[in-house]
Design a protein around this ligand. Structure first.
Ligand SMILES: C[S@@+](CC[C@H](N)C(=O)[O-])C[C@H]1O[C@@H](n2cnc3c(N)ncnc32)[C@H](O)[C@@H]1O
Length: 376
C-alpha cells in the first residue's frame, strides 16, 4: 500500500494558470544559482569515471520547464567539455532518469520531453551534442530506485525538504492550545513536536544517503538543493513564516466555519527545513560521502521580485505571486485533506496575509546547496 504522501503529494498538474508548469520560477532561480556547482560535479564525474554511457538521475523532477532545463544543462556541459578536450565528436551517451512520486503529472512531462527531443534534434544539426535517452521513473526517493552502482550523477532541486511522511509520532495526537493552527514549526510550537519533525528529518535524510550510496558508481556525485534554515535556532526559520502563514489562513477558515477544527488538528505538513549544521552532521555521521561544496543562498519569496533591496515595493502584488507558487506546490496535498472547495478562499486569504507580512519584513527563503562524492 502506498503511504498517503506517495498517493497525495504532487505538484499542481497540467499547464493551466494554477499549474506547477506555469508557477515554478522560484525553482528556476535556484537552478540558475547552482549552475557552477552542476558544471563542476558533471566534469569531475566524467573525468574520473570516463563512462561510455553516463547515467544521470533527477530526483523529484516534477513536470515543468525546470526538468528539461536541467537535462539541457548537462548535455551542454558535456558537449562543451568534450570540445575543450579536443574530442567534439567522441561524446559519452547520456541516459537520463526523471524520477518523481507516482502521482506526478508524467503525461505532461512526457509531452515536454517530446518537444524537447524535437528541438534538440534540430540543434544537433548545427552543433555536436551527445546522444541522449530520457525515461520517466515513478517511485519515492526514500526507496531504492536503481540497481547497485549504476548511477553517475544524482541531482535533486527543491525536494529534500519534503519528508517521507508527516512525523510518525504526530499521528492521532490532538493539537494543544499552544499548537493551535500549526501545520509546521512556528515560534510557539511545543518542543516535543519540534523534536518529532527533527527526528523525521534525521531518519529520512540518513536513509536517502544510504540508498544513493548503494546506487552510485565509485566516483559518482550528488547535488542537492533544498529549502533550509539560515540560523541554527529551529524556531527561527524563514520557511516557518511561509508555512506559518498558511496555517493561520487555514485557521481563519475554521473560525469562519468553513470546515471542522478537527480537520486542521490532524494536518501537519510533511516537510522540514534543516540548517547547514544539521545537514552536515548527518552527512558526516553516514561516513559515505565527501562534501565538495555546501552553502546557503537566499532568494526573495516573490519570484518576480528581482530587487536586492530590503523593501517590498508592491506587497499586494508580491502576496499574490507568493500565493500562486505556494498553491502550485501545496494544492493537491491540501485538497486531499480539506477538499477542493476551500482552495480559492484559502489562497486568497494567504495572499493577503503574505502581503501584510512583507509590509513589515522582507523575508527571504534560505536555500541550501550541497554537492558530494561517494567515498571510496
Ligand atoms: C517543488 S517540486 C520541484 C520540482 C523540480 N525539481 C523543480 O525544481 O522544478 C518538488 C518535487 O519533489 C517531489 N517529491 C517529494 N517527495 C518525493 C519523494 N519521496 N520521491 C520522489 N519525489 C518526491 C514532489 O512530488 C515534487 O514534484
Amino acid at each position: 500500500m502506498p503511504t498517503s504522501i506517495e498517493r497525495d503529494l504532487h505538484m499542481a498538474t497540467g499547464d493551466g494558470e494554477n499549474s506547477y508548469t506555469k508557477n515554478s520560477r522560484v525553482q528556476e532561480i535556484a537552478m540558475f544559482q547552482i549552475k557552477p556547482v552542476l558544471e563542476e560535479a558533471t566534469r569531475e564525474v566524467y573525468t574520473s569515471v570516463l563512462p561510455r554511457t553516463m547515467v544521470v538521475a533527477d530526483l523529484g523532477c516534477s513536470s515543468g520547464p525546470n526538468t528539461l532545463r536541467f537535462v539541457s544543462e548537462v548535455i551542454s556541459i558535456i558537449a562543451r567539455y568534450c570540445k575543450e578536450l579536443g574530442l567534439p565528436h567522441n561524446h559519452p551517451e547520456l541516459q537520463f532518469f526523471l524520477n518523481d512520486l507516482p502521482g506526478n503529472d508524467f503525461n505532461n512531462l512526457f509531452e515536454l520531453v517530446n518537444q524537447f527531443e524535437k528541438l534538440t534534434a534540430k540543434n544537433r544539426q548545427g552543433e555536436a551534442l551527445p546522444p541522449c535517452y530520457i525515461s520517466g521513473l515513478p517511485g519515492s526517493f526514500y526507496t531504492r530506485l536503481f540497481p547497485g552502482q549504476s548511477v553517475h550523477l544524482f541531482h535533486s532541486l527543491f525536494c529534500l525538504h519534503w519528508r517521507s511522511q508527516a512525523p510518525e509520532g504526530l499521528k492521532g495526537t490532538r493539537k494543544t492550545c499552544q499548537d493551535k493552527g500549526d501545520i509546521y514549526i512556528t515560534k510557539t510550537t511545543s518542543p516535543s513536536i519540534v523534536k518529532l519533525f527533527q527526528q523525521q528529518f534525521e531518519k529520512d535524510f540518513s536513509l536517502f544517503l544510504k540508498l544513493r550510496y548503494e546506487e552510485l558508481v565509485f566516483g559518482g556525485q550528488i547535488i542537492l538543493t533544498f529549502i533550509g534554515r539560515k540560523y541554527e535556532d529551529v524556531f527561527s526559520g524563514e520557511s516557518n513564516h511561509l508555512h506559518g502563514l498558511l496555517g493561520q489562513s487555514l485557521q481563519s477558515l475554521v473560525d469562519e466555519g468553513s470546515f471542522e477544527k478537527e480537520k486542521l488538528d490532524s494536518f501537519y505538513l510533511p516537510i522540514y527545513s534543516p540548517s547547514i549544521g544539521e545537514v552536515v552532521t548527518i552527512v558526516e555521521q553516514s561516513g559515505q560521502f565527501n562534501m565538495n561544496h555546501v552553502k546557503l543562498f537566499e532568494t526573495n519569496w516573490d519570484p518576480y521580485d528581482d530587487s536586492e533591496s530590503d523593501v517590498v515595493h508592491d506587497s499586494v502584488r508580491s502576496g499574490v505571486n507568493v500565493a500562486k507558487w505556494m498553491r502550485a506546490v501545496m494544492e493537491p496535498l491540501v485538497a486531499s485533506h480539506f477538499g477542493e472547495t476551500i482552495l480559492d478562499r484559502l489562497f486568497k486569504e494567504y495572499a493577503q496575509r503574505v502581503a501584510k507580512h512583507l509590509d513589515k519584513e522582507k523575508t527571504k527563503l534560505a536555500v541550501i546547496v550541497l554537492s558530494m562524492k561517494k567515498v571510496i
